[in-house]
Write a protein that binds this ligand. Structure first.
Ligand code: APR
Ligand code: PHB
Length: 387
């Protein structure tokens, strides 16, 4: 097979890129190691910045998002049993719409456009991206296949093969692993509140989120030693209630969980994001802790820069935007890393923080709620910094 762009990963970033390239007449294939059903079964965050919504509009896949997505003009932070609101209305708000639904909409558009995705592509390997004739090999149905291309887009997440194909000497990683995880539950119950509630409590962080008026997503901070099998629903709901303020706890509607999982928290950036004809995007290049829901939004901003660069090259033959991709994407990546790191520190219980660290956290929260400038800064970052 010969295509202009070979993309690794039927991820939000890979699918967004594919759709924008299809519209520009740039032929591309997506190689995905898992099945379509598996990709659509993953539950991830669901808060979209305005820039992400605009990118999905540009890709022609925002119909259902506008019909079913919930516009949120604020969220609450609950500290010491008191809920306080952070206003987002003056900055246009955010849209609550599950990442799984974004993925589904993009997959449908891709199928309608007749573009090829190879699911269950095994042993994907990248070759020749430091020269002019890159290619990707994979195994499927007992045979080895080769895709020759002009460019490779590595959209295969943190554990993918793309970043690992780069020689160690060419890449620098920056990482912080947090000493806790999030235990998440999805349940077919109405959300406890119309807006999200981020909770700081002596027993640790909690988050009340949602996917729709009938589908709730809740999280509690947990230790890294925790086993999800030791968290029957009753234990989860009880722990969540103890972290909420009494009024919210009293109206929380509980029900059987339909998904329950533990995710570790990590900040990670690999620099640069371009190696010859290989471009990394999304979690393949960077990870944020989920506090603030920047993961999907950063994948979208990477694709904004990368699709512009590929389309410009295709239309004019100029490679300036391809050459500046890494610098432009990384600038925004680091700003979102800073915000996610800050929000994680603001709201979680850090077991090794000590008395001074705890006082600093209290002072940070105190400052946030006594300063309209501090709240404006939080809101500015939460709705998304400009591209
Ligand atoms: N070969 C082919 N496909 C692969 C390989 C491989 N070796 N390794 C991983 N993949 C696929 C995975 O199966 C997955 O479908 O790449 C995809 C990567 O998906 P994400 O990590 O979701 O991609 P990304 O666009 O970077 O994510 C952006 O979505 O999933 C969240 O945490 C993520 O918030 C972030 C956002
Ligand atoms: C979610 O709904 O899964 C979610 C929302 C906000 C976050 C993180 C996760 O900050």
């Amino acid at each position: 097979m010969r295509v202009q762009v070979a993309t690794i990963g039927s991820s939000p970033s890979g699918l967004m890129l594919g759709q924008l390239l299809n519209q520009a007449g740039i032929d591309n294939v997506i190689l995905e190691q898992r099945s379509k059903a598996h990709v659509l079964s993953r539950i991830r965050a669901g808060v979209l910045e305005q820039g992400t919504v605009e990118l999905l509009e540009r890709a022609g896949v925002a119909g259902r998002l506008h019909a079913e997505g919930l516009v949120h003009d604020g969220f609450d932070i609950c500290v010491s049993g008191t809920r306080r609101r952070v206003d987002l209305a003056s900055r246009g708000g955010v849209v609550v719409y599950g990442q799984t639904e974004v993925t589904r909409d993009l997959m449908e558009a891709r199928e309608a456009a007749g573009a090829v995705t190879v699911y269950e592509a095994g042993e994907v390997s990248l070759e020749g991206f430091d020269g002019d004739t890159p290619s990707v090999r994979y195994r499927k149905d007992g045979a080895t296949h080769q895709v020759r291309c002009d460019f490779i887009a590595g959209c295969d997440g943190f554990h993918g093969v793309s970043r690992k194909s780069v020689p160690d000497a060419a890449i620098t990683s920056f990482e912080r692993v947090y000493p806790f995880g999030w235990l998440g539950v999805l349940s077919e119950t109405p959300p406890v509140s119309d807006e999200l509630i981020y909770v700081h409590s002596p027993r640790g962080f909690a988050l009340c989120s949602m996917r729709s008026p009938t589908l709730s997503r809740y999280y509690i901070q947990c230790t890294l030693a925790e086993n999800v099998n030791e968290w029957p629903d009753e234990r989860f709901w009880h722990e969540l209630r103890t972290r909420l303020d009494p009024d919210t706890a009293a109206v929380l509607q509980t029900g059987p969980s339909i998904e329950k999982s533990i995710a570790p928290l990590r900040s990670f950036v690999a620099e640069p994001m371009r190696f010859g004809r290989l471009f990394l995007a999304g979690d393949a290049a960077h990870i944020v802790p989920p506090t603030g829901a920047k993961g999907l939004n950063l994948a979208a901003s990477d694709i904004h820069y990368l699709s512009d660069a590929l389309i410009e090259f295709h239309a004019t033959g100029r490679s300036g935007a391809l050459e500046s991709y890494s610098r432009r994407a990384l600038r925004r990546v680091w700003l979102a890393e800073r915000f996610s790191w800050w929000m994680t520190h603001l709201l979680h219980h850090f077991p090794d923080n000590g008395p001074f660290g705890m006082k600093m956290q209290t002072a940070e929260l105190e400052y946030l709620f006594s300063s309209s400038s501090a709240q404006a800064s939080l809101a500015e970052n939460y709705v998304g910094l400009p591209y």
